[in-house]
Ligand binder design. Sequence first.
Ligand code: GCB
Length: 734
Amino acid sequence: MRQIIPFNDNWNFHKPGEPAVAVTLPHTWNAIDGQDGGNDYWRGTATYSKLFAKPELKDGERCFIEFCGAAMTADVILNGDHLAHHEGGYSTFRVDLTEALEEDNLLVVSVDNSANDRVYPQMADFTFYGGIYRDVKLIVVPAEHFELLKDGTPGIKVTPEVRLRERDAYVAVETWSNGGSEVWLEIPTEHGKEFRKAEIGNGHTYTNIILKNVHLWDGVNDPHLYTVTAKLVKNGEVVDEISARFGCREFHIDPEKGFFLNGRSYPLRGVSRHQDRIGLGSALTLKEHEEDMAVVRELGANTLRLAHYQHAQEFYDLCDENGIIVWAEIPYISKHMTNGKANALAQMKELITQCYNHPSIVCWGLSNEITASGTVTEELLQDHRELNELCHELDSTRPTVMAHAFMLEKDSPLIPIADIASYNLYFGWYLGELTQNEQFFDEYHATYPDRVIGFSEYGADANTAFHSSQPEKGDYTEEYQCVYHEHILKLIEERPYLWATHVWNLFDFAADGRDEGGKKGENQKGLVEFDHKTKKDAFYLYKAAWSKEPFVHLCGKRYVDRVEEKTEIKVYSNCESVTLCVDGRKLETKSGRTVFPFTVPLTGEHKIEAVSGECRDSMTVRRVNTPNSSYLFRKQAVINWFDAADYDPSCYSIKDTMGALSQNPRTAAILGRMMKRMTASRGDVAKGANNNANLQKMMAGLSLESLIKQAGDSVPGEMIRSLNAALQQIKKES
Ligand code: GCB
């Protein structure tokens, strides 16, 4: 029988130029420098080594090592023998160590996350942590055993096909092995158990098992899981055993009505997740995964986009157990690489092979914003076609999907390659107005009523230190994030055709290239801070819309000092009515849904309480004479550029549109320098997007002034002043 031996302890880690240190896996070498900004985290080759005694191997048993994630490429060397090279930082791979084992062994794993032109990702808005950041195990198996090597397979593939009307499921079970004569399959059910014997032909078995009165995997309502056990039998004796959990569910997607689960409408509304945490980087354990899932459950989301790469098996397991519908994807992202095709295909093969049995997963993501820094070339289209075909070859039960950048034209030949599509739109944050989001989707849907469309990303950065009673784009306040999400929530609720929607992001995450909104190295679009604990107000907006657990939440608890005579106090709640009390006296009761705004007169310090039935929440606000400057992200006073008497309208200024400024070579040069500066604080992807012709077309109508306003603090006041002065030197041609 197989034996699984944890192998995380007693490793030595050696980074060039530094003394070796003892580490326990999981481990990343970028836990600190990958999160502190500067886009300067160390990317290179480091080694992990470990001395170990040969495990006892009886009668031809073999010893494999399993790496659940080594980023980004790994070379495995045992006692001087180079045994394996693996490219791709997010999938499982195994190596047969047997032939190279001695009594005492030195295992060296050389891991590399340095830049190259063939392994994805190379350009993206997150830190590419290096290291052996997931578990390592030894697997000792008998000479004849279920397959372990091919694309990191679990050795068993389960394909349930549900017939809703008959309330049964045809469950096709396949296994792969290097020997044995038959495979015994067993599925315990609520009514007993199903048992089958399958003949092995060419190392493969295929068995169909009908589950009558099938207990469906029914999303968050009832995520019922079955387990199939497969025993490899030789001469009547069981030699190896594996098992797989699976769920029986039917789903389809309608371009007009959205997602259906088990025959009924089941709008997918949720968030995205990255795999990292402050101070830990990507080196997470089951504890952190479970904590993350608890936050998802509290929020009431029923779907997760697990971006932008394969996540840990433990996390897909948690999604299965909690009924969370998953969008899974590979890191073919931001920048197409001519030499990257083989790796994209390999990562997709591993993703599907390793994750196939998870009922939570409903689609395979081919790429994300792949046109962000370039154009749609024939080569890019071809790579997508091949990826799409590969997905269908490996899995005929799930559609393929892409997440498109907002500047990708709706008639692009890239879009119809995948079965379904989604867009990442940031109107109302990076660019443009909030209402452009609904305009975009309505136009798309009207033009292509037969195509499935979804909202794969949207969000606005917020730092919980910043507050304002007049929140606006680019101010990084918790309040603007609420304004933004209130708008989008309404948009989504009014558009059932959106097959899935995912907030970007559930948690703040590391993007070492960023320096904005008062923090370095973080993307702050999370509904929860990077500690994965501190929930921003916007978290409770979605909780009010999605969760059934009654609650009231007072917004603005961190916004204590306020200058206005009357202030708005907002309550997010899923209760039908909310009463607001000020200093112990009832102010008002309001009925409604999700958002309950109240106006409260301020005289001094007040205790505010929101009450609905058993639910209550309280906070303190205080009237002050001068604004609390620690709440202000933009420390400089906003300058009204055109009060200046010397403003000359016959010359260029920041009031002119981007289109007009790019027409004149002299103003275009000034604009170019400013754009460089502006995008530098938002990391590599923003820099790449600068050259995108379509983006420039979309920005042509925007005034430079409004762009600067949206850019937060990346263009300081002094620079704006001198920029305007320089533009004023250039006469417009009449
Ligand atoms: C996107 C990317 C995501 C970024 C996000 C952002 O479209 O897909 O990786 O983090 O935008 O915050 O800009």
